[in-house]
Ligand binder design. Structure first.
Ligand code: KG4
Length: 332
């Protein structure tokens, strides 16, 4: 029997505020995954400033690629394909990784694979030796997205529901900004909520009676703001505890409702908010015995290029590659 050749691919990611390059073997083993966060540049604005983001990506991308190759012990000549996130994201930021990948593809004459960032997030478990069985439920919760999918295969994702307004991570960021807690809000709120001495339910459940798979965060955000206006001296820890419970409860409720309605047993949670420890506890508590909950480790929940190189390998095997004139797309 002929042994299948090892396939080494380079992935690049710059869709928002992380510049990342990663070398992955056979779409499964991470040889390097270099991530440069821009959080310090955006902190004073309480959010990502697109112009600052794209400039900062441009300044570091070549260096990050070099480090990723060096750490992996791989030369450019050892690469079989190059991949970059092409959609969705901040268009000026997306262009940096995508144009760099085009340059690598052109000069090495290797295939270019333009990756959907959302699909890449849901691929993260495959990089940790866990292979979700298709079709699986995919909940993507980040600063830009709160989307629930049935993932049926490569490039085959059915969107069951998404947020009608703010994304979950965005709500964490906005509430933290309102309370002057800092940026990004998610980890700060999680920490402060864990210190709350009261476990009061100050805010109502989000979409308590809904039977579909929509999400919404603007009502909860407004409820928090109104509560603070009425109670300016209220304990911040108690407020963010109650906010976090409600913000996360809807995620656990709807993902299991969907899994049970469609009789799907494997459930993948990805995106920055999936790093939240309280969410992980809630999801484990609500899980039935025959369901498998799959949450990547925190470093693979947030933006990284390993997931880009990983999903791209599946496209490489399927001989689905892109032209050098492929465009960056802010939305999918
Ligand atoms: O996936 P990600 O790194 O970037 C994109 O949005 O694409 O997610 C960042 C988001 C931010 O809104 C951040 O506040 C949120 O994820 N986040 C968290 C936690 N860590 C990051 N939200 C809740 N709890 C956390 N521990």
């Amino acid at each position: 029997m002929e042994l299948k050749k090892d396939i080494v691919g380079l992935g690049l990611e710059s869709s928002c505020d992380e510049t990342s390059a990663s070398v992955v073997l056979n779409g499964k083993r991470i040889l390097s995954n270099i991530i440069k966060s821009q959080i310090d540049l955006h902190r004073e604005y309480f959010g990502v400033v697109p112009e600052i983001a794209s400039r900062a990506h441009l300044e570091v991308i070549n260096k990050i690629i070099k480090i990723a190759l060096r750490e992996a012990g791989v030369k450019f000549s050892g690469l079989k394909y190059v991949a970059a996130t092409a959609r969705p994201g901040l268009v000026g930021s997306l262009l940096i990784a995508l144009q760099s990948a085009k340059a690598v593809s052109y000069s090495l004459r290797i295939p270019l694979i333009a990756v959907n960032h959302l699909e890449a997030h849901l691929y993260a478990p495959f990089l940790e030796g866990i292979e979700p069985v298709y079709p699986f439920m995919g909940l993507l919760v980040s600063g830009g997205n709160t989307n629930l999918y049935i993932v049926r295969g490569i490039g085959d994702m059915e969107l069951l529901g998404r947020t009608a307004d703010d994304a979950a991570g965005e709500a964490f960021d906005k509430v933290a900004k309102y309370l002057n807690l800092g940026y990004p809000g998610g980890p700060i709120i999680e920490k402060l909520a864990s210190q709350s001495k009261t476990k009061k339910k100050l805010f109502p459940k989000i979409l308590a009676d809904s039977t579909d798979f929509r999400f919404s965060y603007s009502g909860l955000k407004t409820a928090v703001v109104n509560y603070i206006k009425k109670n300016p001296n209220a304990d911040k820890a108690g407020i963010v505890y109650s906010f976090q419970e409600r913000a996360l409860e809807i995620l656990a409720r709807k993902v299991y409702k969907a899994a049970r309605q469609y009789n799907i047993k494997d459930i993948v949670i990805a995106g920055g908010v999936a790093a939240n420890g309280r969410l992980r506890v809630m999801l484990h508590e609500a899980k039935a015995e025959d369901e498998r909950l799959i949450i990547p480790s925190p470093v693979l929940c947030t933006d990284n290029a390993a997931m880009v190189a990983g999903i791209a390998c599946k496209y490489f095997y399927a001989d689905i590659t892109d032209d050098l004139n492929v465009d960056a797309q802010p939305r999918v």
